[in-house]
Design a protein. Structure first.
Ligand SMILES: Cc1cc2nc3c(=O)[nH]c(=O)nc-3n(C[C@H](O)[C@H](O)[C@H](O)COP(=O)(O)OP(=O)(O)OC[C@H]3O[C@@H](n4cnc5c(N)ncnc54)[C@H](O)[C@@H]3O)c2cc1C
Length: 402
């Protein structure tokens, strides 16, 4: 019998352990440093667990080795993942943008079916058992834990990244792999709130709206996105912001977020506003955007455009109209950085993928050593792509090169 040790009982480690246990000749031991398995999984999707995205494809992933994710995703993509979870008893529902959730709307359901599967498969689960060191002895590995040492014929490291520190995000995986010759890239928080000049967002704290966003460095466009934007005490958040956050974290100084609050062109907006002035000549300027955008946002934009709120629309001047169109279509918000790893959903950067065979996730120079999940230099877009990478890579690593 071969002993397979999996370090890390999160999404990717659980899938790797279940896959390795499908072969009866394997004894599988799953080590988890926290008191219970899958703590981060429970917090995903605001407690709903956006477990995959039906559009998951290599171009939705980032890292120094862009093509690295392809074999894992091709072997076990969203369709295979959903079949797998359905076979474990989970019912799912697809929502906007291909996001898939458990039908129960509760991440507990996802973790529960995985836990039952681990029990059925006879995987030995050791919680509150952090791995402290990995030693290579000829063809096998010794894993030193706080509860003694384990000998492993094959070892899967699935410690995750350092995002979401309160949910167990740590740097253990990088430290465990370093003495074995596997180095990491720089690490950045991603899928995270942007910190901006605070006055404007603070006044709108709690307001959510649809928007088109562009992140620029001077005249250079770094990234763009569309979707929900949310104002917070210190900046902006929400799915559309998360999609730009990787570019913001790695983009250096002097960045600006340019917001279009409405989808119409400048000419269309001018028309729209002029027709309002004609229809409601006695309405105060402060209310010109009422019915078009969130009322607090509307009043704030009127102020930012320099309009005097109390004057009637019939007194609106041409240049004021132009200023209003500009703030609606291209509102500039200077970016001061991103929130830190504690608040990030994912780590951009990680263990260098070039050290691993993408077809198996086995180390090129440490036979029997496999790595999966967020620990690697792979991060996905917002919307279920990161858990899909955890499932795809966990499945591949758990095959142990077969
Ligand atoms: C708040 C939040 C919401 C998110 N929502 C979504 C979402 O809806 N959809 C989506 O696709 N992605 C989401 N993500 C991202 C997603 O959760 C992660 O990308 C995914 O969990 C990574 O899986 P993993 O197995 O690589 O790492 P993890 O799930 O982090 O698991 C790693 C495990 O290893 C354990 N560990 C670490 N060091 C050791 C050690 N030395 N010894 C033993 N065990 C160790 C950790 O305690 C942890 O349980 C979210 C993340 C956060 C923080």
């Amino acid at each position: 019998m071969k002993t397979v040790v999996v370090i890390g009982g999160g999404a990717s480690g659980i899938l790797a352990a279940l896959t390795a246990a499908e072969r009866t000749e394997n004894r599988v031991v799953l080590l988890e440093r926290q008191q219970r398995l899958g703590r981060k999984l429970l917090a995903t999707g605001n407690g709903r667990c956006n477990l995959t995205n039906t559009a998951a494809a290599p171009e939705r992933y980032h890292g120094a080795e862009a093509a690295f994710v392809r074999p894992a995703l091709e072997a076990f993509g969203p369709a295979e993942t959903l079949d797998y979870f359905h076979s474990l008893g989970l019912l799912t529902v697809e929502e906007y943008g291909g996001r898939v959730y458990p039908l129960s709307n509760s991440s507990n359901s996802v973790l529960d079916v995985l836990r039952f599967a681990l029990d059925r498969a006879g995987v030995e689960q050791r919680c509150a058992c952090p791995a402290r060191e990995i030693r290579r002895n000829g063809g096998t590995y010794t894993v030193v834990t706080e509860q003694g040492s384990l000998e492993a014929d094959a070892l899967i490291v699935a410690c995750g990244g350092c995002a979401g520190a309160k949910l167990g995000g740590v740097t253990d995986g990088y430290s465990l792999l370093k003495p074995l010759g596997h180095k990491r890239t720089n690490l950045y928080p991603a899928l995270v709130q942007l910190l901006t000049a605070p006055e404007f967002p603070r006044a709108l704290k709690g307001v959510r709206c649809p928007a088109s966003l562009r992140l620029t460095a001077g005249k250079i466009l770094l990234a763009e996105s569309e979707g929900e934007l949310q104002f917070t005490e210190t900046g902006v958040s929400g799915p559309a912001v998360f999609d730009l956050s990787r570019a913001a974290a790695t983009g250096g100084e002097g960045l600006t977020l340019r917001i279009a609050f409405l989808p119409q062109t400048e000419a269309e907006l001018r028309e729209l506003l002029l027709s309002r002035c004609a229809r409601f000549p006695d309405l105060e300027c402060g209310e010109i955007l009422t019915g078009m955008v969130h009322n607090r946002l509307g009043r704030m934009l009127v102020r930012e455009a320099g309009l005097s709120a109390a004057r009637p629309l019939k007194a609106l001047r041409e240049q004021e109209l132009g200023a209003l169109v500009r703030v609606l279509r291209d509102f500039p918000l200077p970016v001061r950085g991103t929130e830190d790893f504690d608040h990030a959903q994912v780590t951009a950067g990680g263990i260098r993928a070039s050290g691993f065979n993408p077809e198996t996730l086995e180390s090129w120079f440490m036979p029997g050593l496999f790595v999966c999940g967020e620990l690697l230099d792979v991060d996905g877009d917002c919307g279920g792509f990161n858990l899909q990478w955890a499932w795809s890579s966990g499945r591949l690593a758990g095959r142990l090169g077969r």
